[in-house]
Design a protein around this ligand. Structure first.
Ligand SMILES: *[C@@H]1O[C@H](CO)[C@@H](O)[C@H](O)[C@H]1NC(C)=O
Ligand SMILES: *[C@@H]1O[C@H](CO)[C@@H](O)[C@H](O)[C@H]1NC(C)=O
Length: 379
């Protein structure tokens, strides 16, 4: 049994470290708030196996690591099962001292841990995932991660951290540090993390100037989320490898020509709930692989230019803007021009746009009539 399926699935593009074009999956709005780990119940065996299904789990080869048989003892109050040590909701003020050395997943969420000392994880060299969500962490000794040579998933969301606790474990694949107090991301803070794939760092008071030039140097990320921050523009220095970028719930006012130039591998771009008044002509042409574009809840007065040329674009969210007209070539190429993937979702409700004034031909490259949502516009 590999007790890791849940965590693998939470990284939305976890299997993409190989530079392959991802299979496209349609996601809903709620996906943009992918957040914290569900509490692992005060587990008996049945609950644990429900959370961590035995079939279909990726084979991470734990047995081949030659781990010793699970050790007998378990910290007081925690639940230990198959190298998963679950100590959530125990009112802990520090990391328990007597953790089994073969632990692969350590869940410490919903406690009151405020500090990680240098010896906090001593001897836990098999640890694969560490969950510290919803504690009071503000201090992390730079040596605290040193034993965690195999750690791939580090979940630090909902704490009081003012900085990324570097140097991070070298095998890290996924970092979640949502909802902390981080204002600055210094140059090369992720240096040497060659396997890092996915970072969730929304909910921090980050302004554009908070990212030092080179902050993301060396990272080959697929997924980055900096939602619910204080960005006023698209950051220009993010990894070029990104396939998903989520910047919703910021204060971005415009998409300018050069903004997206670096991000030519994007398949999903989330810019909903900003203050975007305009998308400069040509700026979307840098995203030839784009499949899903979120611009809902902005201040757009027209459909962003360039959509017909995005041959893979399937889903466009434009609801709750200030769009008052749709032209015949706003979505579809002129004439019999071909769009390789027909749209299967365009949302236009919540705009001052009476449906009867929209030329039906505007949607000739849409897969089904229901794919276009107008809703009711009432003045
Ligand atoms: C946008 O740019 C394209 C080519 O660069 C041009 O053909 C088109 O007329 C422009 N559209 C607007 C609205 O400026
Ligand atoms: C909506 O657009 C119109 C012009 O079409 C403009 O006069 C108006 O101020 C805009 N409303 C908002 C809330 O931005």
């Amino acid at each position: 049994m590999v007790p890791l399926l849940l965590l693998v699935l939470l990284c939305p593009t976890g299997a993409l470290g190989l530079g392959l074009v991802p299979p496209f999956e349609q996601h809903g709005f709620l996906d943009f708030s992918l957040d914290d780990v569900p509490a692992l119940g005060p587990g008996d065996e049945d609950e644990a196996s429900g959370l961590f299904p035995t079939s279909g789990a990726p084979d991470l080869g734990l047995d081949e690591l030659g781990l010793p048989p699970p050790s007998g003892h378990c910290p007081f109050g925690c639940h230990c099962h198959l190298r998963v040590v679950q100590c959530s909701d125990l009112g802990l003020k520090e990391v328990p001292k007597d953790l089994p050395p073969d632990t692969t997943l350590l869940d410490l969420q919903n406690n009151f841990i405020s500090e990680l000392r240098a010896d906090a994880f001593k001897g836990l060299e098999h640890l694969y995932a560490l969950v510290l969500v919803n504690n009071r962490l503000s201090r992390v000794d730079p040596k605290a991660w040193t034993p965690l040579r195999r750690l791939q998933k580090l979940y630090l969301s909902r704490n009081l951290l003012t900085r990324v606790p570097a140097p991070l474990p070298p095998a890290l694949v996924e970092l979640r540090i949502h909802d902390n107090k981080i204002r600055r991301v210094p140059k090369a803070v992720f240096h040497g993390l060659h396997q890092m794939n996915c970072i969730e760092m929304g909910g921090n008071p980050l302004e554009n100037s908070g990212f030092e030039p080179g902050a993301f140097d060396g990272l080959q990320l697929n997924y980055l989320r900096i939602s619910e921050a204080q960005l006023t523009g698209v950051p220009k220095d993010l990894p070029e490898t990104l396939t998903e970028l989520h910047l919703d719930h910021n204060q971005i006012q415009a998409i300018e020509l050069e903004d997206l130039k670096r991000y030519s591998k994007l398949t999903r771009l989330g810019l909903g709930h900003n203050r975007v008044r305009g998308v400069e002509n040509g700026s979307l042409s840098f995203l030839p692989l784009l499949r899903e574009l979120h611009l809902e809840h902005n201040k757009l007065q027209r459909v962003p230019p360039g959509l017909p040329n995005l041959r893979h674009l399937q889903v466009v969210y434009l609801h709750a803007n200030n769009i008052s007209a749709v032209g015949p070539h706003d979505f579809c190429p002129p004439g019999f021009g071909v769009k390789r993937s027909p749209y299967h979702g365009i949302s236009l409700f919540g705009n001052p746009l009476p449906a009867w004034e929209v030329p039906p031909a505007a949607f000739r490259c849409v897969s089904a009539p229901l794919a276009v949502q107008f809703g009711n516009y009432r003045k």
